[in-house]
Write a protein that binds this ligand. Sequence first.
Ligand SMILES: Cc1ncc(C[n+]2csc(CCOP(=O)(O)OP(=O)(O)O)c2C)c(N)n1
Ligand SMILES: [Mg+2]
Length: 199
Amino acid sequence: MTLTRAGVLRRIDAAFPADPVVLTLGGTAREMVAVAGRRPNHLVNLDAMGQTVGVALGLALGLRGTRGGRVVAVEGDGSLLMGLSVLSTAGHLKPDNLVVLLLDNGVYLATGGQPTAAAGADLVAMALACGWAGAREVRTGEELTAALDWAREAAGPLLVRVFVGTEQIRTDYLLADPAILAEDFRRWLRAPTGGPADV
Ligand SMILES: Cc1ncc(C[n+]2csc(CCOP(=O)(O)OP(=O)(O)O)c2C)c(N)n1
Ligand SMILES: [Mg+2]
């Protein structure tokens, strides 16, 4: 059975409760808030298509050696393709704490479901060819469990391409000011609360 985006987001939140998580724009961010609530360790990259992984890369480089754990980017296929050069930059800089969880539904769902070019692109091969430490595809719940365990432990940068369906759950709009979202996250980063990455 095809994985749903909301279900995968719930699993991501449970797998990384105390690590910085940078969320791509649109329905992904809204669905994460719907399934997990506003979490202090989540940075919503509101409207900034193409920049999610770059923001996470900067965080990963800045935080490397200062705290345990990972920096997680939750990205969409359309948004990744918009800023694809980040694959070569991250492969070159090799932050061992960076994890990219790509939720690939094959479309620009937020703007009406137009197909992206992801279907014809072997993004795992591309990441590996750019020097990433690991990359894999996920299609089932069992594969997701194994990939999340792997993503918590293995040396990065790591890319997990999770194939999800186009089903969406009903959510509220996310109308918070991006400056406030960023400031909340910054405050948490300075004084993290609640979880294993604290130690
Ligand atoms: C530069 C830019 N172009 C277009 C948009 C409009 N836009 C918002 S979300 C989105 C689709 C993103 O696709 P994807 O990353 O695959 O996420 P999905 O909607 O499928 O979850 C688009 C085109 C935008 N926010 N910024
Ligand atoms: Mg998409």
